[in-house]
Design a protein around this ligand. Structure first.
Ligand code: CP
Ligand code: NVA
Length: 303
């Protein structure tokens, strides 16, 4: 049995295989062919944080595959009233076949998984957001940018860490521009350096967005204020001055560069209205690919 807690536990070949399963099912879905690959499979989806895309994509995805989804907000289950995570895991995993959880600490997710009898999927933690990267890389493949130079501009957060692992596993060049004090975590950096030795990936860290974006094929960013950081909002907005992905910054990237954003996007902060709307096709393809990539993941994990 495999869990999907971080891309760090998967090889390049496995990551590509999962995405290819997703692409195959996507093609079938576009032709209105719904094969019951996960007939009678019950997926529990536990949310300790808000979500639009993760909830809708997992719930629709499992239904299209012939299974059932149970949406469990921590507000409504005993977990939110203090039932231990390990008890919650032992109860729910005796009743369902697959579990997705969105929570705070990665340690909380790992504890849950260690007590679960069925595969557990990370639907976002403070440290990683690996299902998002499956969709992002699927989108890069579809836009023929799968070997492109990538630039991440903004906060060194769960999205950055997941981009770092994807790039270092796949052998890509990734430049990361963060303000001072908002760099990615050192343990993730060290781990990715090790992966890069094997794959030939290049990870570059800078405090200069222009340096990161110059001649890039793919530019991406994320909110400056992640879920759980609402109290730091004012300080962060000041500290991230100059990190907006706007037309001026995008003009340094290749002419046909992709712009990706995991969403939700905050215009006028991490991205300008103009950049967002001129790249809306890519961004919403990326959002749609959450559905397809995760269907691939669920089928892969259950086989
Ligand atoms: N990108 C993403 O995970 O979106 P949600 O928070 O809406 O699920
Ligand atoms: N970094 C963001 C991603 C949202 C999908 C957050 O954790 O809130």
């Amino acid at each position: 049995m495999r869990h999907f807690l971080s891309l760090k536990d998967f090889t390049k070949e496995e990551i590509i295989e999962i995405i290819n399963v997703g692409l195959k099912i996507k093609k079938e879905t576009k032709n209105r062919i719904f094969q019951p690959y996960l007939k009678n499979i019950n997926l529990a989806m536990i949310f300790e944080k808000s979500s639009t895309r993760t909830r809708v994509s997992f719930e629709t995805g499992i239904n299209q595959l012939g299974g059932n989804g149970l949406f469990l907000s921590s507000k409504d289950i005993q977990l939110g009233r203090g039932e231990p995570i390990k008890d919650t895991a032992r109860v729910i995993s005796r009743m369902v076949d697959l579990i997705m959880i969105r929570t705070f600490g990665q340690d909380r997710l790992e504890e849950f998984a260690s007590f679960s009898k069925v595969p557990v999927i990370n639907g976002l933690t403070d440290k990683y957001h690996p299902v998002q990267l499956l969709a992002d890389y699927m989108t890069m493949i579809e836009f023929q940018k799968e070997n492109g130079v990538c630039a991440y501009v903004g906060d060194g957060n769960n999205m950055t860490h997941s981009w770092m692992i994807l790039a270092s596993k796949l052998g890509l060049e990734l430049r990361i521009a963060t303000p001072k004090g908002y760099e990615p975590l050192d343990d993730v950096k060290e781990m990715c350096e090790e992966f890069a030795k094997e794959s030939g990936a290049k990870l570059i860290y800078t405090n200069d967005p222009k340096e990161a974006v110059k001649d890039a094929d793919v530019v991406t960013t994320d909110t400056w204020v992640s879920m759980g950081q609402e109290e730091e909002k004012e300080k962060r907005i000041k500290d991230f001055k100059g990190y907006e992905v706007n037309d001026e910054l995008m003009s340094l990237a290749k002419d046909d560069a992709l712009f990706l954003h995991c969403l939700p996007a905050y215009r006028g902060y991490e991205v300008s209205e103009e950049v967002f709307e001129s790249h809306a096709d890519e961004i919403f393809s990326e959002a749609e690919n959450r559905l397809h990539a995760q269907k691939g993941l669920m089928v892969w994990l259950m086989n």
